[in-house]
Design a protein around this ligand. Structure first.
Ligand code: MD6
Ligand code: FE
Length: 216
């Protein structure tokens, strides 16, 4: 049997229920990966990836950018959503149509048919980069889910409950996986374990994550 056989396994449509309201759609973004990445390159040419400083004064190891109506930013005075990129003073770039279309389709599969994201946070990881355990709670409508698209190197996604001390699931996210997350799980603590080194065919030694939100 040739390697090509396994390239399409698991099938694009398979999904895993992670918790109530949260599902992992295996490979859902794979067939549009090149289109997603072309839009990514255009986006970061206008709003470059950068390392925010946390309210506690630490520089984040994840590099970030945004597109859409509102962008997630952080500095020593706190986290917040802003309409303009603090680096350039310009509005964040518009959300690429191919990104929006993917996020809307993924949410609908999981039962969130009215999800219309207005904002997308872009996270970039290199070997060793991690994202500490956190809740996404800065969005004004916590009734809307989040759609998260993983591209490039695999990562271990840590997923708990709304109690910080709860045991964590460790979910492997690979290129093209999409996590849709809302309902009873919307305030679950989560993070990314330090990224293992490797080389991805399209992205090299990087992982890119797109998280779509209804932020306003
Ligand atoms: C990441 N994702 O996967 C970071 N948040 O790089 C998140 O922090 C996240 O994947 C909320 C919902 C889904 C996520
Ligand atoms: Fe998050």
């Amino acid at each position: 049997m040739t390697a090509d056989f396994f390239d399409d396994f698991p099938p694009a449509q398979s999904s895993t229920l992670i918790a109530p309201g949260a599902a992992l759609l295996h490979g859902f973004a794979r067939d549009v990966d090149a289109l997603l990445l072309t839009a990514f390159e255009a986006l970061i040419a206008h709003a470059p990836l950068r390392h925010w400083v946390t309210p506690g004064g630490r520089t984040m190891s994840v590099a970030m950018s945004n597109c859409g109506l509102l962008g997630w930013v952080s500095d020593t005075s706190g986290y917040r959503y802003t309409a303009r990129d603090p680096l350039s003073g310009q509005l964040w770039p518009a959300m690429p149509a191919v990104w929006l279309d993917l996020a809307v389709r993924a949410a609908a599969v999981v039962g969130y048919g009215s999800f219309r994201p207005d904002s997308c946070l872009v996270n970039a990881y290199g070997p060793g980069t991690k994202l500490s355990l956190h809740q996404d709670k800065d969005e004004s409508d916590l009734g809307a889910p989040i759609v998260s698209v993983s591209l490039g190197l695999p990562a271990v996604f840590l997923f708990g409950t709304d109690q910080r001390s709860a045991l964590l699931q460790r979910l492997r996210l690979v290129h093209g996986d999409v996590v849709v997350w809302g309902g009873a799980s919307r305030l679950a603590y989560h993070g990314i374990a330090p990224l293992a080194d490797g080389t991805h065919a399209l992205l090299g030694r990087r992982r890119i994550n797109l998280t779509f939100r209804q932020a306003s």
